[in-house]
Design a protein. Structure first.
Length: 243
């Protein structure tokens, strides 16, 4: 049993782009799966490995349409307007946060580590989250797949030492609209209903992204409700109309 880990394969950025493009074209889920089989066949061998890879890609870009319809619809509208893979990563990453709680745990552990270290190892991340999930074989494999995916996405970099990876902080910058969309994903995925604004924009799971929004931008954004509390604390939650 994987305890809901789910993210079990290395996912390449190009495959996410292909999946998103088919979703934008409103292809049927079965057609998407069939075409993805052709897309990944040159890299992924074995029927079971291909099926699991397609499961992850479909979960991120197809199934989130049911679990987070507003976020998904906005992602579909934004995708054709983005000209670079760096910009499109914001969408892939945000939907993955919403889709896979285990992915959020792993990238949050990397972000937390980045506050004191520049380098991570697989063991460091496994040890940080093993308390909740236990030392399962599924955990070990999924952490390795997530790290490999993040390396392909440009959020981590290999070093001369095989087991070591350099954390690439704030490597991606983009428009305010895309920033606020990603923040809405982070809020949707977070176990808390409301988060102080300063904590929200510094969430460790958002470590690869440069967030420059001020709280007034979120006040004007219909995705969010911002409530001023005692001591000047601005609490941010997803607007009820957006849930």
């Amino acid at each position: 049993m994987d305890k809901g880990i789910g993210f079990s394969r290395t996912i390449l950025l190009d495959w996410l782009d292909v999946t998103a493009s088919m979703c934008v074209q409103k292809m049927e889920p079965l057609t998407i799966r069939q075409r993805l089989a052709d897309t990944i066949s040159g890299t992924v061998t074995g029927t079971d490995a291909q099926r699991k890879t397609i499961d992850v890609l479909s979960a991120i870009w197809v199934k989130t349409g049911k679990t987070a319809p507003r976020i998904h619809q906005e992602a579909l509208a934004l995708f054709p307007t983005l000209s670079s893979s760096d910009e499109r990563l914001w969408l892939h990453y945000g939907l993955t946060l919403v889709c896979y709680p285990f992915f959020r745990k792993c990238v949050a552990a990397i972000g937390q580590t980045s506050r004191t270290e520049e380098i991570i190892t697989r063991k460091m991340i496994k040890d940080r989250i093993a308390g909740e999930y236990g030392h399962l074989g599924a955990l070990d494999r999924s952490v390795e797949r997530i790290i490999a995916s993040l390396t392909n996405w440009g959020a981590l970099a290999k070093t001369e030492q095989k087991q070591n990876y350099r954390i690439l902080l704030h490597n991606f910058a983009c428009s305010e609209n895309l920033q606020s969309w990603l923040l809405s994903c982070a809020l949707q995925a977070h176990p808390s209903d409301a988060i102080p604004f300063d904590d929200l924009i510094h969430l460790p799971e958002l470590y690869p992204f440069r967030i420059t929004l001020g709280v007034d931008s979120l006040r004007r954004d219909e995705r969010f409700e911002v409530q001023r509390q005692g001591g000047g604390l601005d609490m941010v939650r997803i607007a009820e109309t957006e849930k």
